[in-house]
Write a protein that binds this ligand. Sequence first.
Ligand code: SAM
Length: 260
Amino acid sequence: MKIHVLTLFPEIPRAFFENSIMAKAVERGIIDCSLINIRDFAFDKHKSCDDSTYGGGAGMLMLPEPLSAALESAGVTRKEGNPAGSGGEIKRRQRVVFPTPSGKPFSQAYAYELSREEELVFVCGRYEGIDQRIIDLYVDDEISIGDYVTSSGELAAAVIIDAVYRLIPGVISSESLDEESFSDGLLEYPQYTRPEIFRGEKVPEVLLSGHHEKIRLWRLRKRVEKTLRVRPDLVEASLKKGVYPEETAALIEEMKNGLD
Ligand code: SAM
């Protein structure tokens, strides 16, 4: 997958792309990443990338011209697909994402959907955000990482990219993905590593038993218990969608009654 990040502060996403599993995915050619400094496309001598808003109001907005030039440098065409006068439809390869608090909520399902794309382009907002015409002309997805406001889009883009690229086949083992939180409407079970006793707290006996079926059942109960406690909304939604196997649904019923 090719990922472009359009930003006024390339040093922020650079740290992410140059470290850990992402760095390995880049090295192995699974991810190809390009950081595009929007300021390189500023057209005045002060290299301005923001201005005040029409109609008044606090704060500055990112200018549309440097952004559209930066997008087009990444090969992005307008949504209608055609550079002026070219004639004929050009199918866009890229999916353009603008992280914004007023976007659709991000989720694991959304991450899976984006992980199937060939090329993603992220537009990182600053100040009050970006001119609406950039959204209208180029942006396919406005995505929110949660109901709060951060000061920049770089961190939001990194959150989305991080959730997406690890789902691409070959980045991490598919086994690790199977029992992760949200993979099947349940949160993850508690996990332990060495030492067996830490500050007087012992690893649950069942995990030391070597009894695979007992361990599986214990983990499933823990997942159900935690999901019911901290995310009853997730349980309700998953029950409605019918995503739980019979065994899990029965356990939910039993433990729900215990919570009443
Ligand atoms: N004026 C905007 C509003 O009220 O919706 C907030 C702008 S925020 C200070 C600057 C940038 O940070 C946004 O353009 C966006 O790119 C990013 N951002 C902030 N919070 C975000 C969130 N919850 N999800 C995704 N992006 C976010």
